[in-house]
Design a protein around this ligand. Structure first.
Ligand code: ZN
Length: 374
């Protein structure tokens, strides 16, 4: 039987960036699960490039993976972000100073290795319904998890999502939303600007008003976050076609991260009210808003059963996460969701990625306890 470090090293050696199929990782996990007599259900879809992606649902011996309603699901994505070509040892794991290095070491093959080690060791599993869920394409927008939810194949009461939190249970996370805004004007020769309407001037007034609105967002505070409010960013802008043409179009991207409890539609509604006000002074003002991502925040109560039991198991109080995860999606079907796992997200998505071996061992013990009861 492999140790957790052996499983993790094997998993790191299998490339699994989101652009390629996650089949080899799922096959590796499937083999370990089958050896432990777990029942497996694979759910295959093709991604936007036509590549096969696999979500896997596994049930312990005696339980049916086709039965959706369960007490607890332990969930983990199987893809990694791309790594830079000068990171020579991205797929060649090594240990130094008690840290195991490699691409995916903490995000999130470390947690997957802990799951695979736990199922080998757990002699008796809970009978009220336990599932292990592996998903594809988390790093490109939780696409695999969205497929899984759309298929209605899983309805867990409580969910643990594996992501690096240094083994602190995270019971809340901000959402993630992104929209593209196009502002329209009328082109004219720049020698006769009064013949046209500058889309860039219009966008400038629009953006200034959105910036003022963002300071109002800062008045609604959530104590678990720093900063404790919904943040908003206009990260890109482009407009116009030439220096001597009054610009006919200007577009920008608006990103916001809503605190839990705030409706995802709050920002688009405010933007629409700002546009109405601008139209009062400029009747020809016209814009398009196209939502690209719309993910709510999530929050499990501080006294919920899952939060309490992982706090007790780890001796660490619950916190929040500043990054996006599948928790937002799972919170739409589950009563309680936490994010939890070995390693620190501050090393993830970089060539410094690593995970402490001691945290892997601690996570295995914790997951084994959860597999028995919470
Ligand atoms: Zn991750």
């Amino acid at each position: 039987m492999n140790t957790v470090a052996e499983h993790l090293s094997n998993l790191i050696r299998i490339p699994s960036v989101s652009s390629i199929s996650n089949r080899p990782i799922v096959d590796y996990a499937g083999q370990v699960l089958r050896q432990a007599q777990w029942q497996i259900r694979e759910m295959i879809y093709r991604d936007a490039a036509g590549i096969e992606k696999v979500n896997l649902i596994a049930a312990p011996p005696g339980q049916d993976p086709y039965n959706a309603a369960v007490e607890l699901a332990l969930m983990c994505h199987t893809d990694t972000v791309p790594y830079s070509t000068d990171w020579r040892r991205a797929l060649e794991p090594f240990v130094a100073d008690g840290l195991l290095h490699g691409c995916g070491a903490c995000d999130v093959k470390g947690f997957l290795a802990c799951l695979l080690t736990s199922i080998g060791k757990a002699s008796s599993s809970r009978t009220d319904g336990l599932r292990l869920i592996l998903t594809a394409d988390e790093e490109i927008g939780c696409v695999g998890a969205a497929h899984l939810l759309a298929s209605k194949s899983i309805q867990p009461k409580r969910v643990v999502i594996g992501e690096p939190t240094s083994l602190r249970p995270a019971r809340a996370g901000k959402g993630y939303c992104l929209a593209e805004i196009a502002v329209f004007g009328e082109e004219a020769h720049s020698a006769h600007p009064q013949k046209g309407k500058s889309a860039i001037y219009r966008a400038a007034r629009f953006i200034t008003a959105i910036e003022e609105y963002s300071s109002l967002l800062a008045e609604e505070l959530h104590p678990l976050f720093s900063p404790g409010f919904t943040t908003l960013n206009i990260g890109t802008i482009q407009g116009g076609t030439a220096k001597n043409i009054v610009p006919g179009q200007c577009g920008f991207q608006l990103e916001w991260r809503p605190i839990p409890g705030q409706a995802v539609g709050a920002v688009p509604t405010a933007v629409s009210e700002i546009a109405d006000a601008l139209r009062g002074e400029d009747p020809g003002f016209r814009y398009d808003l196209h939502i690209l991502r719309e993910q709510t925040g999530f929050e499990s109560a501080s006294n919920s059963r899952l939060v309490r039991s992982v706090e007790t198991l780890t001796g660490r109080t619950a916190t929040s996460i500043p990054f996006g995860s599948e928790a937002s999606l799972m919170a739409t079907v589950a009563e309680e969701v936490i994010v939890f796992g070995p390693g620190d997200m501050q090393t993830a998505h970089s060539n410094r990625e690593c995970v402490p071996l001691a945290e892997l061992d601690e996570a295995v013990n914790c997951l084994q306890s959860l597999m028995k009861k919470d």
